[in-house]
Design a protein around this ligand. Structure first.
Ligand code: BDR
Ligand code: CA
Length: 332
């Protein structure tokens, strides 16, 4: 299985990334770091702990708070999409007050995880790239040991936070530029842009499967109810703010699912659970100023050294894999 570090800002779709990484048989989740983004750092961190609590994992997985603001710019959040809490729409479970405090910083914890899983580990980032840029700056010695850095972010000629920019990149374009252009790391960066994530829509029929699984007669659980409430809220804001009428795109778990393909794990599963991730390597640039700030640009094809820009995925396969993880989470 894939040794994986998750850096996230829950966030409705980050929640789905957390559950996929916890309950996919293909992933060994080593730890989580949090970043400001959809909500302030204190909230994304508390949300993470609460999501872990909902599946009885708050004592197993260490959660390290990372950056509370971008490298150079003022901080911004996305309450119009994720609500004031970052996870509006459900009643979050309270966090136990006897959780062990993690020792050391998020960046140090990430570096340790990399050192302990050399050449195998993937770092997944589903929020702004501030923590990952800090890792690159502070621990250049671990970069060779990373297999992939898989990020949900960017858009090719498509934006969501502006006409040009996707939210995660827009928040900290300097950090994004470091991650997407660093000479040691860029050929290991997997970029899952909105061009791809906008194909993974949580439609009404997906919502039904989240709520009831395959049970007949249809039966739900507290866990399924919570996920369903989160997705319903996400659907409402995405309809109002972004004009998505069929359901919200669930960006973040795709940055994990693509790894099942990249690690060759697709070969061992039936066709209806294959991810079949397709990418093209491009030299990427990130616009740093002006009205196109935060835009990710495919500068030119670079088959040797380019970022792996995600182009296609078997979306029904993704849903089957995700819903399997939900089924498993439900049984704990
Ligand atoms: C990204 O921005 C956040 O709001 C989501 O969690 C996702 O990571 C989509 O642009
Ligand atoms: Ca996110």
């Amino acid at each position: 299985s894939i040794p994986l570090w998750l850096d996230c800002d829950p966030g409705h779709d980050d929640a789905m990334a957390i559950y996929l990484s916890l309950f996919s048989p293909f992933v060994n989740l080593l730890g989580i770091s949090t970043v400001y983004g959809n909500a302030p750092l204190a909230k994304t961190t508390a949300n993470t702990l609460s999501l872990l609590t909902a599946v009885g994992k708050s004592k197993d997985i260490k959660v390290y708070p990372g950056a509370y603001k971008p490298l150079f710019r003022p901080v911004s959040h996305a309450p119009t999409i994720h609500g004031e809490s970052g996870l509006d729409g459900t009643k979050l479970l309270p966090i136990a007050d006897d959780l062990p405090m993690p020792q050391g910083t998020a960046i140090q914890a990430m570096a340790n995880a990399i050192n302990q899983n050399p050449n195998e580990i993937t770092v997944v980032a589903t929020g702004t790239l501030t923590n990952i840029a800090s890792l690159i700056a502070e621990h250049p010695e671990v970069l060779e040991k990373i297999k992939y850095i898989s990020i949900m972010g960017g858009g090719i000629n498509e934006g969501n936070w502006s006409d040009y920019a996707e939210f995660n990149i827009w928040c900290d374009p300097e950090a994004a530029k470091i991650v997407l252009t660093n000479d040691i790391i860029k050929s290991k960066v997997v970029m899952v842009p909105i061009n791809l994530t906008h194909q993974a829509i949580a439609t009404k029929s997906i919502l039904k499967r989240v709520l009831y699984g395959n049970s007949s007669p249809p039966e739900s659980s507290n866990f399924r109810l919570m996920l369903h409430e989160l997705l319903k809220f996400f659907a409402t804001t995405y309809e109002e703010q972004q004009g998505f009428l069929d359901g919200p795109p669930v960006h973040d778990p795709l940055a994990i699912a693509c790894l099942f393909s990249l690690y060759g794990l697709d070969e061992n599963v039936p066709d209806h659970k294959k991810i079949n991730f397709e990418f093209t390597r491009y030299k990427i640039d990130v616009i740093q100023e002006g009205y196109r700030i935060g835009e990710t640009v495919e500068v030119k094809l670079d088959e040797q050294d380019g970022v792996l820009v995600g182009k296609k995925m078997n979306i029904p396969g993704f849903w089957n894999v995700f819903l399997d993880a939900v089924e498993k989470a439900d049984k704990v």
